[in-house]
Design a protein around this ligand. Structure first.
Ligand SMILES: [Zn+2]
Ligand SMILES: [Zn+2]
Length: 272
């Protein structure tokens, strides 16, 4: 059986609604579908309802992906089987969203004073994860820069005059939050951290339940390395496509990045 424990819907930066994801997963023969939006559990109920109505629909793994920061490194943490009504979790998610909005205002004030005039509305403010990429795109659209990269290099990167730090949870806090909501905490796409010593430190010092071994960012060699870590730190093995449905970003379709149920023992805990 195929599974996909990591997908994004329109409740964060995915292209398709939770219902569309469920339908596409059913068509692709996916037996378990994880809905793991960035800092949002808003898509879960729709996915559960859609799964109840679509013949051959996958079982829905109720998930979330929390963005955390360690120094310069961005560390994503997946939560599964969480209570989507847990007050602490919902409060914290809301608090982070407010903090991001405030940061956007500070950033626009800062670059405005430098002569770059962008409004909040030009920065996709409804996006739950609004940040520098959206500001950069708006700057390019207004003709200040020729590319997003240039906008970062000149203005938005750490150390540049428009930089404003992003408020983020720590991995410790996030894992605690997920456990408090009755969930399992999984280190997402460790290859994207691009820092194996940090991955080892995280896994040895924070009570993670699992590691996402199978993900488009990890080649076979990396997968072997992460499997060894799973064994060493007694972690469940997870996997998913991180499907966003965005053109030019692999996988462009659900079901083409294949994760087999027998390789991801986390599902035994999930389906309990
Ligand atoms: Zn991620
Ligand atoms: Zn993701």
């Amino acid at each position: 059986m195929l599974v996909d424990l990591h997908t994004h819907s329109t409740c964060s930066d995915g292209r398709y609604t939770p219902s569309q994801l469920v339908k596409m997963a059913a068509e692709a023969g996916i037996g378990i579908l994880g809905i793991t939006d960035h800092d949002s559990v808003n898509g879960i109920e729709e996915a559960l309802n859609a799964a109840a109505a679509v013949p051959g629909a996958p079982v829905i793994a109720k998930g979330v992906e929390l963005g955390t920061q360690v120094g310069e490194s961005s560390v994503h943490i997946l939560g599964y089987n969480i209570d989507i009504h847990n007050k602490n979790l919902l409060d914290k998610i809301e608090e982070m969203r407010h903090a991001r909005e405030k940061r956007l205002h500070r950033m626009l004030d800062k670059i405005g004073a430098l002569g770059y005039h962008i409004t909040v509305e030009q920065c996709d403010p409804k996006n739950r994860a609004v940040g520098r990429p959206h500001v950069a795109k708006a700057l390019v659209k207004k003709g200040y820069f020729s590319s997003v990269e240039e906008a970062f290099d000149v203005l938005l990167k750490r150390g540049k005059p428009g930089y404003e730090p992003q408020p983020k949870l720590s991995p410790e806090e996030s894992v605690e939050l997920l456990h408090g909501a009755g969930g399992l905490a999984v280190l997402a796409h460790p290859a994207e951290i691009e820092n194996l010593p940090l991955v080892n430190t995280l896994l040895s010092t924070i009570p993670f339940d699992g590691i996402e071994v199978y993900h488009p960012s990890a080649d076979e060699k990396m997968q072997q390395c992460f499997l060894q870590m799973a064994e060493k730190y007694k972690l469940l093995v997870s996997g998913g496509s991180d499907f966003h449905g965005v053109e030019g970003r692999f996988p462009e379709q659900l079901g083409i990045f294949k994760v087999y149920a027998e390789k991801v023992n986390i599902i035994q805990k999930m389906l309990k």
